[in-house]
Design a protein around this ligand. Structure first.
Ligand code: SAM
Length: 237
């Protein structure tokens, strides 16, 4: 992978960045994504934010190598502290981290999201935490994608600010309102895998002492298995 040739996962993240965007990529590592966006004329300007020194240096080097120091600012900062109002950022990408970490970055930097019209988020796990955060903070999910790369399944969520929040069901929060409509083969594979794992956990819990905690956790998993199976068996969501 390099700035000209992104991985399939990052190519799909890039696809959701609107043309002419001023984009901030948070947790930018090698800055491949912002470099690709500027090189391909998608973004006019970008900020690459990175909290760890090593990846920050790699990002800085990459931007220099591509001759993009005039268009991409690489900043050593935690989360949305990397952006300032004068940057005029209108799209933010956060990819390759767990859902809860992405949420904590959004939650801690909420006041810096004024003027941001679109969030393109790619959690490696626990996408549900992002849907919960979106629902609690008046962001609506406009698009979702699910893809597979190197045997791993990834989800991409596109959020836009809304004045009329949409109430999502427990199933939509867990599995994704748009992904449930598409119900692709990869979606099915993901949820069959997950529910098999939950069933194994429930079975191993059956074999241990039935404390209140175990009973509660078992019940929680059984409910999730039922939610998932109902969606997989339904003709249309
Ligand atoms: N976004 C790239 C991608 O999707 O391939 C890199 C993903 S890499 C696994 C996650 C990066 O996020 C790491 O470089 C890590 O240092 C950075 N990171 C983690 N927490 C962060 C935070 N609070 N603010 C900025 N960067 C962060």
């Amino acid at each position: 992978m390099n700035a000209q040739q992104l991985s399939h996962r990052l190519t799909r993240v890039a696809y959701h960045v609107p043309k002419g965007a001023v984009v901030a990529d948070i947790g930018s590592d090698h800055a491949y994504l912002p470099c690709y966006l500027v090189l391909n004329g998608v973004a006019d300007k970008a900020v690459a934010g990175e909290v760890v020194k090593g990846p920050f240096e790699s990002a800085r080097k990459q931007v220099q190598q591509e001759g993009l120091t005039g268009q991409i600012d690489v900043r050593l900062a935690s989360g949305l502290d990397a952006i300032q109002p004068e940057d005029g950022i209108n799209a933010v990408t956060i990819a390759g981290m767990g859902g809860p970490l992405i949420c904590s970055i959004l939650e801690q930097g909420k006041e810096r999201l004024d003027g941001v019209e679109r969030l393109i988020l790619q959690p490696n796990v626990h996408a549900k935490s992002i849907r919960d955060w979106a629902a609690a903070n008046d962001w609506v999910i406009t698009e979702e994608e699910i893809l597979k790369e190197n045997e791993k399944i990834y989800e991409i969520l596109v959020l836009e600010k809304t004045l009329s929040p949409v109430l999502l069901t427990q199933q939509q929060l867990l599995m994704g309102p748009e992904l449930m409509k598409q119900k692709t083969e990869i979606f099915r594979e993901k949820w069959i895998r997950e529910s098999e794992q939950w069933k194994n956990i429930v079975a191993s819990m059956e074999a241990t002492a039935q404390t209140m905690e175990i009973i509660g956790k078992k019940q929680e998993l059984i409910e999730k298995i039922q939610l998932v199976e109902e969606v997989l068996q339904r003709e249309n969501s």
